[in-house]
Write a protein that binds this ligand. Sequence first.
Ligand code: MN
Length: 271
Amino acid sequence: MSAPRIAVGGVVRAWEGADRTGVNVAYVRSVLAAGGVPIVLSPLLGPSYAARALDGVDGLLLTGGEDIDPAWYGAAPSPHLSPPSRERDLFELALFAAARHRELPILGICRGIQLVNVALGGTLYQDLPTERPGPVAHDPGQARDARSHAIELEPGSRAAAALGGTSLTVNSFHHQAVNRLGGGLVASGWSLDGLIEAAEAPAEAPWLLAVQWHPEEMHAEARAPERGLFRALVAEATRVGEQSRATSPRVGAGSDPASWTSGTAVDHSPR
Ligand code: MN
């Protein structure tokens, strides 16, 4: 059994005078700690290369970042919206669609839960303080790994299984959140003000789990329950990867290289 390849959605940022592309170290470390091989995918690839970029990949991690353009869910922009990235929206919507088509396991974090929800027809709160003020501070301005608010998880859910329990205090820095849930998703975690903090595909559907907080920031804490989210993604990616290699001989370890060049037996269908 070899370590599964996990695609990690990246960002483009101006930094020290140059435009650069990559992703926060915390996501890469979290996938590595769980036994996966992180493959960072730049949004510069664009939607037309999203599916190609997933070839040979066994799982997908959608990461945090920019607000999603509310046009995707039919809303006018709030004055409190932070500038969206059309480039990143287009790339990640295509990436998500391609990963779903291949039934790859998907973990969404922060923007990731929002992207998944919008892709499946749901809506977002564009700015919690102005649209849904409440007693819980979702962006308290503390250190990125500071646990600040409690959440409750649905017993028996994928979220509870991965996190090893039904209650947890999480770090939180977001001003947007899931409003109306998208099709094929069930809520599985809430903060005490009733906001959705975790959502997932039901048990009979391919593995999909998304959370609103930032489990990746706990990568240095060896016993953090959050590590279970990455372990669950990697375990499912391992299972799905082995299954797909077993049924697709041209990418299996025992495939005959001659079949690639025979001119008659090459199968160009997407995996
Ligand atoms: Mn929160």
